[in-house]
Design a protein around this ligand. Structure first.
Ligand SMILES: Cc1cc2nc3c(=O)[nH]c(=O)nc-3n(C[C@H](O)[C@H](O)[C@H](O)COP(=O)(O)OP(=O)(O)OC[C@H]3O[C@@H](n4cnc5c(N)ncnc54)[C@H](O)[C@@H]3O)c2cc1C
Length: 385
């Protein structure tokens, strides 16, 4: 595991970059529901979004711990990593299961920022969390696959050149096993627009650039199949631990931001002739949020450390995501309460961050599904679904 001293320069560099994107920048985007193009370009130019790409392909070849520190600092600075975090966590599928030719072809462009791998097409309207029931199909036709179906909540689809797409290649009843028959593709979004791909934005509670995506006979070259046909579910699952760890790190960053804001306000705001933070009724919730954040942070570090040692970290990654999402949401709620009426005022940025951090107990995996994982895989309880 990279130690804290090694990470200090990275953390400082991320903080310095984020300082150029203050609250007013994010407030304007939030009002306009616009994508933070300049912010994502700056992160890309600085090499932060290529943290996990090996140096031989033009990336920085950093560890998961370093990638997590980058995402944490973005959130702790008051910025939002959600418009670009997918590039970090979808990367593992390509790195671990992509062919040498696919890596040569795509990774240098992604590292340079010429190609954006920001869209991740898994969730569908009818199947929801039950990924194995997804209905989008990819049928082989010569040297292409023909894709038909629909995805929902495909974030950043309008701002990505590539989509990591999960589709069924063998009908469920003919598949070798319960989890077989799904395949992963690296689908070109630019070509797709003239080729049966339609993207419709979904207006959400926060500015998340999420969409519905429709495929009507969209042709994907067979060479864009990742790994073996029919084994896609396994590939996607293997990438989930990275996703859990990176999102958990973002939640830690959010929690730090909320705690910092609340403590600072509680020290300065004077009511009844003394700082509100002198009242235990105000200071205890801040201290409680801090304790929750620190405990979650330890689990995030543990999960990242196991991940980079190549050890099984399914339980730790899930627990880290759960604890961190709960900690950031608790800190958000506490921060609004500490600020009284001002917690609701746009100019304090708290209500925006409050909306943004609310997502993480639902997506990319909901609390119940994490609890089910721990119940079944760690505690040996019967499978509940
Ligand atoms: C803003 C946003 C961005 C997103 N971005 C992406 C993206 O880029 N790519 C992508 O593929 N997906 C994305 N998602 C989808 C996200 O991963 C799902 O919303 C999430 O996994 C939950 O699935 P669902 O919405 O279908 O809920 P459902 O599966 O319908 O579940 C609804 C509720 O029921 C609970 N539930 C369901 N089954 C069980 C069970 N067996 N036991 C206990 N509880 C259960 C769930 O925990 C949840 O609370 C995004 C979602 C949002 C809101």
């Amino acid at each position: 595991m990279t130690d804290a001293a090694d990470l200090a320069p990275i953390r400082e560099a991320v903080r310095a970059l984020c300082a150029d994107f203050p609250g007013e920048y994010w407030r304007r985007l939030d009002r306009e529901r616009a994508y933070p193009t300049e912010f994502v370009a700056a992160l890309t130019k600085a090499g932060f979004l290529a943290a996990l790409i090996p140096e031989q392909y033009g990336g920085s070849g950093l560890t998961m711990t370093a990638a997590a520190a980058i995402m944490e600092e973005i959130q702790a600075s008051g910025c939002n990593g959600a418009p670009c975090h997918a590039q970090m966590y979808t990367m593992g599928t390509l790195l671990r299961h992509g062919s040498a030719a696919q890596k040569e072809r795509y990774l240098p462009g992604i590292a340079r920022g010429d190609l954006r791998l920001q869209a991740f097409g898994v969730t569908e309207p009818t199947s929801g969390t039950d990924t194995l029931s997804l209905r989008t199909t990819a049928a082989r036709d010569g040297d292409h696959y023909v894709v038909n179906g629909q995805k929902i909540w495909t974030s950043r689809a309008e701002h990505s050149d590539l989509m990591l797409l999960l589709a069924r290649t063998t009908p469920r009843e003919q598949a070798k096993s319960r989890t077989a028959g799904l395949s992963v593709f690296l689908a070109g979004m630019r070509q797709g627009r003239d080729n049966g791909l339609t993207i419709r934005p979904i207006r959400t509670m926060m500015n998340h650039a999420t969409t519905e995506v429709f495929f009507e006979n969209m042709r994907v070259p067979a060479e864009n199949l990742i790994g073996n046909e029919g084994e896609g579910f396994r590939y996607i699952l293997s990438g989930m631990n990275a996703e859990r760890i990176l999102i958990a790190a973002e939640c830690i960053g959010d929690a730090k931001w909320f705690i910092d804001k609340a403590a600072s306000y509680a020290r300065d705001r004077v009511v009844f002739g003394r700082p509100i933070g002198q009242n235990q009724g105000v200071q205890f919730p801040i201290a409680r949020a801090y304790i929750g954040m620190c405990a979650a942070e330890l689990m995030v570090r543990e999960a990242a450390s196991l991940y980079e040692a190549g050890k099984d970290c399914g339980a730790e990654a899930n627990m880290a995501k759960h604890l961190a999402a709960e900690a950031s949401w608790a800190a958000a709620d506490m921060c609004v309460q500490t600020h009284g009426g001002f917690g609701f005022a746009e100019e304090f940025d708290i209500e925006r961050k409050f909306r943004e951090t609310r997502l993480y107990t639902v997506a990319p995996i909901s609390t119940n599904l994490i609890l089910s994982y721990i119940a079944e895989h760690v505690l040996g309880l019967p499978r509940s679904y």
